[in-house]
Design a protein around this ligand. Structure first.
Ligand SMILES: Nc1nc2c(ncn2[C@@H]2O[C@H](COP(=O)(O)OP(=O)(O)OP(=O)(O)O)[C@@H](O)[C@H]2O)c(=O)[nH]1
Ligand SMILES: [Mg+2]
Length: 284
């Protein structure tokens, strides 16, 4: 799976790449202007990040060289920079021309309305209407997403859209949810990035609240295990360290006994770490 990241300068392309590499917001904010194509390789997924500066982004040679191999094109837009949308539109017209000339596969376009944390950011829905013609949406099977480096859930949704093969990991959360008779089960990887969620949409109010809860508990230190019983909800989170990273499993409103849920969660973490994590991220 080869994906091209394109967009104007300062859109946040390198930041997203660094975030996916390091799962760290701090690293992601520490980028400098790109002067060439940066590549990010993980497992069978490669992202080629094109430079955004005007003098570079209109160099046809880049597209001639990279576009024949790509499967997807992610157009990253700083959704708060409204005064640059015309520039994005002009660039999209150029990109379409490059796709027609050089792409050899059926390309899917992912519109990323980035920097949603900034005030005045336009939603991806609106941005779609601004940038694309009606025909483009169908022709390029366009999907659109709202993202921010400060919002790990949005990064996990982007990763899903890019990767397209999250099913393996979702099968673990699905199974654990059935075994524990829980409402929601999620696996977080690295920087509190919910990588797979079963039982609800990642944007449901309950999941967002639990995500916030786990994030604030983390402020006390490295979370090893945590149980909270509220009047309405029950939450269990368990983590396992793996090198410098760690994996957290979070179970919301389980039906089995706490002891049993802990046992099942530990098994699921082992399964994820031993069998799937390396495959998913392509780590050796
Ligand atoms: N507020 C906010 N700032 C972001 C976000 N993502 C990236 N940035 C900042 O936006 C600026 C540009 O990000 P880059 O990723 O370097 O931009 P780029 O698209 O790679 O730009 P070129 O290399 O010039 O093509 C940096 O100062 C980042 O810290 C975000 O989600 N929110
Ligand atoms: Mg860059």
């Amino acid at each position: 799976m080869i994906i091209a990241f394109v967009g104007l300068d300062q859109a946040g392309k390198s930041s997203i790449k660094v975030y996916l590499e390091s799962l760290s917001t701090k690293n992601a904010l520490n980028t400098s202007m790109s002067n060439g194509v940066e590549s990010y390789l993980r497992g069978n997924m490669r992202i080629d990040v094109f430079p955004g500066q005007e003098k570079l982004r209109y160099m046809e040679l880049l597209y001639e060289r990279f576009f024949p191999y790509i499967d997807k094109l992610a157009l990253i837009v700083d959704a708060s920079a409204r005064d640059r949308f015309d520039e994005v539109k002009r660039y999209w017209k150029f990109l379409k021309n490059m796709l027609e000339k050089y792409a050899e596969k059926e390309i899917q376009v992912i519109l990323v309305a980035h920097k949603q944390d900034l005030s005045g950011a336009v939603s991806s829905d609106e941005l779609c209407k601004i940038i694309f013609d009606a025909d483009d949406i169908e022709r390029y099977n366009v999907i659109h997403l709202n993202t921010s480096i400060f919002d790990p859930i949005s990064m996990s949704l982007l990763l899903r859209a890019l990767h397209g093969a999250i099913g393996l990991i979702e099968s673990i959360t699905e199974m654990l949810r059935a075994e524990t008779r829980a409402q929601i089960v999620a696996i977080f990887d690295g920087h509190l990035l919910p990588i797979a969620i079963s039982g609800t949409s990642p944007r449901s109010e309950l999941f967002e609240r639990v995500h916030e809860l786990v994030t604030s508990v983390e402020k006390f230190g490295y979370l090893k295990a945590f149980v909270a019983i509220f009047e309405g909800e029950k939450v269990l989170a368990i983590s396992r360290r793996e090198g410098n990273e760690r994996v957290i499993i979070c179970i919301i409103n389980f039906g089995e006994t706490l002891e049993r849920v802990i046992e099942l969660s530990n098994n699921a973490i082992s399964h994820y770490i031993n069998e799937l994590r390396k495959r998913f991220w392509g780590w050796q």
